[in-house]
Design a protein around this ligand. Structure first.
Ligand code: AHR
Length: 509
């Protein structure tokens, strides 16, 4: 058994936890919308065709914000075709996924789903095949109270109150050769700035996300961010990041991959702050990490080109305990950057590399990656803390020596609760970790939730939906302000610690 050591002190606050860090993503892709959240005729569907069984799982998962309708899909999307009487909506070829798009689910259906799912909507506009006018039109349709053609059309289509959507993405992955309407940084930067200007003229309260690079491996990475932001900096609030990880041939590498996520975030902060310095802006831009997850992409890219079908089963990866532990480490990385990452969306919500899986006409169930997300989304409140970690190292072929224990913590002054999230990325060794919590006067471990082996390859299926579940433990020990917790090899742990309310200080008259 090896040892780790952490110190938690509310004096070392990183910043408030933006609840938008626990976002998700619904794209018109494969079976995420159709047969995922929407399936008219399903035994659990409501009168609009929304699956109630899925809604229930979404509420349990607890995402705070959901990005829609893409993803690559948005770059060829005509939003007007997803509103109005369903029988009059056209069927289209979706070029992004070479699928048939019937448009039976569109903006109104999404907004109604979002209200029931209790999430904030985050909409993306098409800057691939479309431009400034269509982007401004969508803001007018969604957010203008009434008295203009488009806002009156929304009212006629059943939504008297404006949707009041605050968060908007200016396109998606516009640097990618796979993107319909791919652009150079220069062209995209100019277009995004003009679209942002027009959208803000319609509704000045909106918040905007400019597209960063599609991933850290893009040859134009960092130069893309610099050029795009030189055009858009004063118009936008966020720059986007996307990252997907997979286990290639080495589990230790995979479990250490949050090291890459940390470095990627730091690089984007550097590129962003470079522009800030260059244009002498007082504003500090935030990051919208609006696509992140595990995705077995290598397997996906080996597949032959798809035929034109409706709702094909695309990238429905079956996730394991090891994948859930990796997801836990990405959540930790995001929380440890709470001072600069303001929005984050796990991609995606249902069926597509998702925490929730469904069968057509059948059940819905939780994948192992469901649990770290649900636990952090529920427990991470208040302020994120900087937590110095002393940990044994794991030596990995790809990332070299990395600390085996990675951790993040939040302190909720209101409820006097410390939440601690820990991943042990050692494949072989359990690690006993001591957490010095004396500064918070802890008095009780309220929750200790653990996800680990013995079989790190275990997964959940429609017939065995609960094979992988977190277990509640009470093995963490508190002694005079020091918490001792054993972290099994390849594991995720979430802890909630109740602390003694501090006495109000007496003021001398
Ligand atoms: O989430 C799946 C796809 O991955 C998205 O459509 C795209 O933005 C990214 O490349």
């Amino acid at each position: 058994m090896t040892q780790g050591r952490l110190v938690v002190d509310p004096d070392f606050a990183l910043g408030p936890v933006d609840r938008r860090l626990f976002g998700s993503f619904v794209e018109h892709m494969g079976r995420c919308v159709y047969e995922g959240i929407f399936e008219p005729g399903h035994p659990s569907a409501d009168e609009q065709g929304l699956r109630r069984d899925v809604l229930e799982l979404v509420r349990e998962l607890g995402p705070t914000v959901v990005r829609y309708p893409g993803g690559n899909f948005v770059s060829g999307y005509r939003w007007e075709e997803g509103v109005g009487p369903v029988a009059e909506r056209p069927t289209r070829l979706d070029l992004a996924w070479r699928s048939i798009e019937p448009n039976t689910f569109g903006l109104h259906e999404f907004m109604s789903w979002a209200a029931q799912a209790e999430v904030e909507p985050m909409l993306a506009v098409n800057l691939g095949t479309r431009g400034v006018q269509e982007a401004a039109d969508l803001v007018e349709y969604a957010n203008h109270p009434g008295g203009s053609e488009l806002s009156d059309l929304r009212i006629k289509n059943g939504a008297v109150d404006p949707f009041a959507v605050k968060l908007w993405c200016l396109g998606n992955e516009m640097d990618g050769p796979w993107q319909v309407g791919q652009k150079s940084a220069e062209d995209y930067g100019k277009l995004a700035a003009e679209a942002a200007k027009a959208m803000r003229l319609v509704d000045p309260r909106i918040e905007l996300v400019a597209c960063g690079s599609s991933n850290r491996q893009m040859p134009t990475f960092a130069a893309w961010e610099a050029t795009v932001l030189e055009h858009t900096y004063e118009w936008v609030d966020y720059i986007s990041m996307h990252a997907y990880y997979e286990e290639a041939d080495n589990l230790a590498d995979f479990l250490a991959s949050a090291v890459d996520m940390d470095g990627f975030i730091d690089d984007v902060i550097a590129a962003t702050d470079y522009v800030r310095a260059k244009i002498r802006s007082p504003k500090k831009l935030k990051i919208s990490f609006d696509e992140w997850n595990v995705w077995y992409q290598t397997e996906y890219h080996r597949l032959p080109p798809r035929d034109w079908t409706h709702a094909p089963a695309l990238i429905e990866d079956n996730f394991t305990v090891a994948d859930a532990v990796a997801v836990g480490s990405y959540l930790i990385s995001l929380l440890n950057h709470a001072d600069r990452v303001g929005v984050a969306c796990q991609a995606q919500l249902v069926n597509i590399i998702a925490p929730i899986r469904t069968e057509r006409g059948g059940p819905a169930w939780r994948q192992p990656i469901f649990y770290p997300f649900a636990q952090m989304a529920r427990l991470a409140r208040g302020v994120a803390l900087r937590v110095p970690v002393q940990s044994p190292e794991v030596v990995t072929p790809k990332y070299g020596a990395v600390p085996a224990v990675t951790t993040a913590a939040t302190w909720d002054e209101e409820t006097k609760t410390l939440a601690l999230f820990l991943v042990n990325r050692s494949v072989d060794d359990d690690i006993v970790t001591t957490v010095d919590v004396r500064a918070l006067q802890p008095h009780r471990v309220a929750e200790q939730l653990v996800l680990s082996g013995p079989d790190v390859r275990a997964t959940n299926t429609a017939t065995e939906p609960d094979r992988v579940r977190p277990r509640t433990e009470n093995s963490a020990e508190l002694d005079r302000g020091r918490l001792t917790v054993s972290l099994p090899a390849t594991s995720w742990t979430a802890l909630a610690v109740s602390c003694t309310p501090t006495q109000p200080s007496t003021v001398n008259a």
